[in-house]
Design a protein around this ligand. Structure first.
Ligand SMILES: Nc1ncnc2c1ncn2[C@@H]1O[C@H](COP(=O)(O)OP(=O)(O)OP(=O)(O)O)[C@@H](O)[C@H]1O
Ligand SMILES: [Mg+2]
Length: 420
């Protein structure tokens, strides 16, 4: 059958090879075309048998799975490698992904996990191949920017950040993206910059197991972002989403330089790139904040949120961010919690730029259904507040020069990190 997934099994232990072959023989869409006992044999067999997927053991004498994967990526690039290992540590995972593996399975794994991984990597590779063949690359230095044809203009990068967790970053980021796409007709991509425990997929009801930023790592290493479109999932609203990795230990795979390059690439072909950030400062968050044109800095009417905001504003000043780049967004601004908006403004020494009302009913109901409230309850005040915010950010002039005074900033960053 034309649609069969051709699999090559590679493991130095004969019983494991037999066991895997037997397990896969029960699957009607999977065909085990061969079994190799070493990395070297795997390369020879892959060259002649041309499998779709290689199931590769990481620890083998002679040539290990990582070295074999590296060679396979160079000689038979159409092959997708699923690495198997008894060690689940981040270092193994990172080295495997950098060698070109597409998926990582920690032994022992269930037969469901095994077959799901094989099907996923195969579908992804097929998807990628057909997109590369059928479409103009998403990222080309000479590509026209978003908006009018022939325009060189880059999309606006909006980071949604807060120096304290749980204040509504993901809620605002997701609904802002949906509002800009559905009401303002913008080409929007949302990036889950919370690599460890990202929630963007949950709010949009999209599954990171099928595609996530982790799959982009080998592409980044190869210096090739041509097929970035393959790694985003398109939501029914039209918003494209680059999700966080499916498991927390994969978070380290994305480096600060990597996320910067991804964002720079996405802004070429989108009007708006919304990034949902984590609530703590690390190199990756700083890289996102640096590259952003606007930082929507969220706070709530809580004393801890206000205190952290004061500290953040000092840091932003030291980083040399221009005044217009940092916007203060007060979420749940109408909550009667004993602190008023004017108290907040007096405490942090500057005006709040935008407010969003509290609406637990709409927000939590939408969250639990995996449908953004902007779609399910557009008339609600909270949705109208989000729309106003979307209008403001999409009509703003870009306030920062991304390539400007980087050296000054990096010196300042070093001294900032010395506090920790
Ligand atoms: N305007 C609002 N009205 C009512 N509830 C809200 C509002 N904004 C956010 N919430 C609720 O507050 C909680 C935290 O929101 P959210 O997950 O978006 O915050 P976060 O800053 O992304 O948190 P985390 O630090 O976990 O990433 C959620 O339960 C969400 O439904
Ligand atoms: Mg969040």
């Amino acid at each position: 059958m034309a649609d069969q997934i051709r699999v090559l099994v590679v493991d130095d232990i004969p019983e494991t090879r037999d066991h895997l072959t037997k397990l896969l023989s029960f699957e009607s869409d999977i065909d085990v075309v061969g079994a190799a006992a070493s990395g070297r044999e795997a390369i020879e067999m892959a060259t002649t048998l041309n499998p779709d997927v290689v199931l590769m053991d990481i620890n083998m004498p002679d040539m290990d799975g990582i070295a074999a994967t590296e060679q396979l990526s160079a000689t038979v690039p159409s092959v997708a490698v699923v690495m198997m290992s008894v060690q689940g540590e981040a270092d193994y995972l990172r080295r495997s992904m950098l060698a070109g593996a597409r998926e990582f399975l920690v032994k022992p794994f269930s037969s469901d996990e095994l077959t799901a991984s094989i099907r996923q990597v195969h579908a992804r590779e097929r998807d990628k191949a057909s997109r590369i063949a059928a479409t103009t690359p998403l990222v080309r230095p000479s590509a026209s920017g978003p908006g009018a044809e022939g325009s060189d203009e880059l999309g606006q990068v909006v980071a949604v950040f807060s120096p304290k967790g749980g204040v509504g970053r993901t809620t605002v980021a997701v609904n802002l993206a949906v509002a800009a796409a559905t009401e303002l007709g913008k080409k929007v991509v949302i990036v889950d910059g919370s690599f460890q425990f990202g929630d963007v997929g949950v709010l949009l009801n999209l599954n990171p197991r099928s595609k996530s930023i982790a799959d982009l790592v080998p592409e980044l290493e190869a210096g090739d972002l041509d097929s970035l479109d393959t790694f985003v999932i398109t939501h029914s609203s039209g918003v494209k989403a680059l999700l966080a990795p499916p498991s927390p230990e994969m978070a380290d795979l994305v480096t600060p330089a990597g996320i910067k390059r991804i964002i720079e690439a996405l802004r070429i072909d989108n009007d708006l790139v919304v990034v949902d950030c984590t609530a703590y400062f690390n190199d990756t968050t700083l890289a996102i904040l640096d590259v952003a044109d606007i930082i929507l800095t969220m706070l709530s009417l809580e004393i801890t949120s206000i205190k952290n905001m004061r500290l953040f504003l000092e840091v932003a000043e030291q980083l040399g961010y221009e005044a217009g780049k940092v916007r203060l967004i007060l979420n749940r601004a109408d909550s009667a919690l004993g602190i008023r908006v004017t108290d907040v403004e007096n405490s942090i020494g500057r005006k709040v730029d935008e407010t969003i009302v509290s609406d637990g009913r709409s927000v939590v109901y939408a969250l639990n259904r995996g449908v953004p409230f902007f779609l399910s309850n557009k008339e609600a005040q909270v949705s109208q507040d989000i729309l106003r915010l979307a209008r403001t950010v999409t009509s703003s002039d870009r306030s920062s020069a991304p390539a400007g005074d980087d050296s000054r900033k990096s010196t300042q960053k070093k001294s900032l990190f010395a506090w920790r």
